[in-house]
Design a protein around this ligand. Structure first.
Ligand code: HSE
Length: 406
C-alpha cells in the first residue's frame, strides 16, 4: 500500500479524494497496489465531514512522515505551493500537481530536482483539465518535431463565448454562471484576461520545444473586449470566436500568443464548445492530431491528478524523463506574425469604403441591419505591425479581432 498526502481540500482536492474513493479497487489494480490518502493539508477544519480525521494544518507533519511517498499539490498559486513541493522532493517524496502557475514558473527547476533525486514530478492536470496532453507530448509524440500547438485552453472563457453566441447572453451574466459551476479561477481576471491560457501555452510550448518559455514573454489578450456585436458580425461572416493559445514554428521562428481568434467551420477547433477544451498539435512526421475533453471542473481535473499518482506509484525508484531544460527558448517578435483582421468601425461602408481601401487595400465589408451606425470589414493578410500602422490612420475603430488561418 502507498500512502499519499493531499495539499488543499478545495475543488480539486476534494475531487481527488472522491476519485480515489469511487474507483479505489480499479485504481489499485492499475497501480498494482492500494493507494491510501493519509493526510489532507488545509487551513480549515471540516467538522462532520469524514475527511476531518485526515486533516492536518502543519505541512511538517507530512514532510516528516516517511510513510508518505507521494504528495499531491492542489492548492493553486505559486506560494506556499512552491516551497512545499520543493521540500517534498528534497525529502524524497514524488509530487503530482494540478497547479499551472507553479509549473509555468518553476517547472524546469522542479523537473530537474525530481530527476536528481530519482523521483517524479508530474503535472498532467495543469493543462487541459481531464484531457491527456502532457503525457502525450512527453511520451507519445516523441518521434516528431512539433511545428504547431493551438489550443482552446481555458474552459471558463470558452463557456462564456459559447453561451454569448448560442443564448445571446451578456458577458457578466455568463461569467457568474461559470464561477458557480466551479470552472473559473478565484480571480476571474486569470480566466478572462487570458493569463490562465498564457501559462498553459507556456507549459505546452516548453514541453514541445524542450526549453523554457517564460509566460511573461507571451503576448496575451483576453476576451473582455469581445462584445455581443462582435459575435453577431462573426456569425454573419461564418466565423466563431475562440480564445486561442497558439505556438507556431514559421520559417524556423517560434511565435506564441494568446488572443481571441475568429475561425471558420473548417478549423477542427470550431466545434469545441462550452467548458470543453481542444488542443490541436501538428508534428512534422505525424501530421495533425487533436485532443478534446473536459478542460475544467472538479472530477475531470481530479481524474488527471489521480492518473499521475498511479503513474508515480508504477515508477517508484525510476524517474520518468521530461525534456524541459531551463535554457530560455528564443521567441519571434509577434509584430512580424501575419494574419487577416476583422475590424468593427463606426459609419457605413457607403461613406467610408474609399478611405478604408486607400489605407488597407481591398477589403470585404459586412453590415447587419439591426446594428445601426457601424459595420465591419476584413483585411488582407497583414503583419501585426502593418495592421497597427494602418489602423492608426483610421478613426472610429471600435474593435479588431484576428482571423486564424489554418
Ligand atoms: N479556470 C480554468 C479554466 C480551470 O476555466 O479552464 C482549469 O484550469
Amino acid at each position: 500500500m502507498i500512502k499519499i498526502a493531499v495539499l488543499g481540500y478545495g475543488t480539486v482536492g476534494s475531487g481527488v479524494v472522491e476519485v480515489i474513493n469511487t474507483n479505489y479497487e480499479s485504481i489499485a489494480k492499475k497501480a498494482r497496489q492500494e493507494i491510501q490518502i493519509k493526510y489532507v493539508l488545509d487551513l480549515r477544519d471540516f467538522p462532520g465531514d469524514p475527511i476531518q480525521e485526515k486533516i492536518v494544518h502543519d505541512f511538517q507533519v507530512i514532510l516528516k512522515d516517511e510513510e508518505i511517498r507521494i504528495v499531491v499539490e492542489v492548492m493553486g498559486g505559486v506560494e506556499p505551493a512552491y516551497t512545499f513541493v520543493k521540500s517534498a522532493l528534497e525529502h524524497g517524496k514524488s509530487v503530482v500537481t494540478s497547479n499551472k502557475e507553479l509549473v509555468a514558473k518553476h517547472g524546469s527547476e522542479l523537473i530537474a530536482l525530481a530527476k536528481e533525486k530519482n523521483l517524479n514530478f508530474l503535472f498532467e492536470a495543469s493543462v487541459g483539465g481531464g484531457i491527456p496532453i502532457i503525457r502525450p507530448l512527453n511520451q507519445s509524440l516523441t518521434a516528431d518535431e512539433i511545428c504547431e500547438i493551438v489550443g482552446i485552453l481555458n474552459g471558463t472563457t470558452n463557456y462564456i463565448l459559447t453561451k454569448m453566441r448560442v443564448d445571446g447572453l451578456d458577458f457578466d451574466e455568463v461569467l457568474k454562471e461559470a464561477q458557480a459551476l466551479g470552472y473559473a479561477e478565484r480571480n476571474p481576471a486569470a480566466d478572462i484576461e487570458g493569463y490562465d491560457a498564457c501559462r498553459k501555452i507556456a507549459i505546452l510550448s516548453s514541453l514541445a520545444f524542450g526549453s523554457q518559455v517564460d509566460y511573461e514573454d507571451i503576448y496575451t489578450e483576453g476576451i473582455t473586449k469581445i462584445t455581443a456585436k462582435d459575435i453577431k458580425f462573426a456569425d454573419r461572416l461564418g466565423y466563431s470566436i475562440k480564445l486561442f493559445g497558439s505556438s507556431k514554428k514559421v520559417d524556423g521562428k517560434i511565435y506564441i500568443m494568446v488572443a481571441p481568434m475568429m475561425i471558420t467551420e473548417e478549423n477542427p477547433l470550431y466545434s469545441v464548445n462550452g467548458v470543453y477544451n481542444g488542443i490541436f498539435v501538428k508534428g512534422n512526421v505525424l501530421g495533425n492530431v487533436m485532443f478534446y475533453g473536459s478542460g475544467a471542473g472538479k472530477l475531470p481535473t481530479a481524474s488527471a491528478v489521480v492518473s499521475d499518482v498511479v503513474d508515480e506509484v508504477k515508477h517508484i525508484g525510476t524517474n520518468i524523463l521530461t525534456t524541459w531544460s531551463s535554457k530560455k527558448l528564443e521567441l519571434a517578435d509577434i509584430q512580424d506574425s501575419k494574419k487577416r483582421f476583422f475590424v468593427r468601425i463606426e459609419g457605413s461602408p457607403k461613406k467610408r469604403i474609399a478611405e478604408i481601401e486607400r489605407v488597407f487595400g481591398t477589403v470585404q465589408t459586412v453590415e447587419i441591419e439591426e446594428i445601426a451606425g457601424e459595420f465591419g470589414f476584413v483585411t488582407r493578410v497583414l503583419s501585426e505591425a502593418e495592421f497597427a500602422e494602418k489602423a492608426g490612420q483610421i478613426d472610429g475603430i471600435l474593435n479588431r479581432i484576428r482571423i486564424d488561418q489554418q
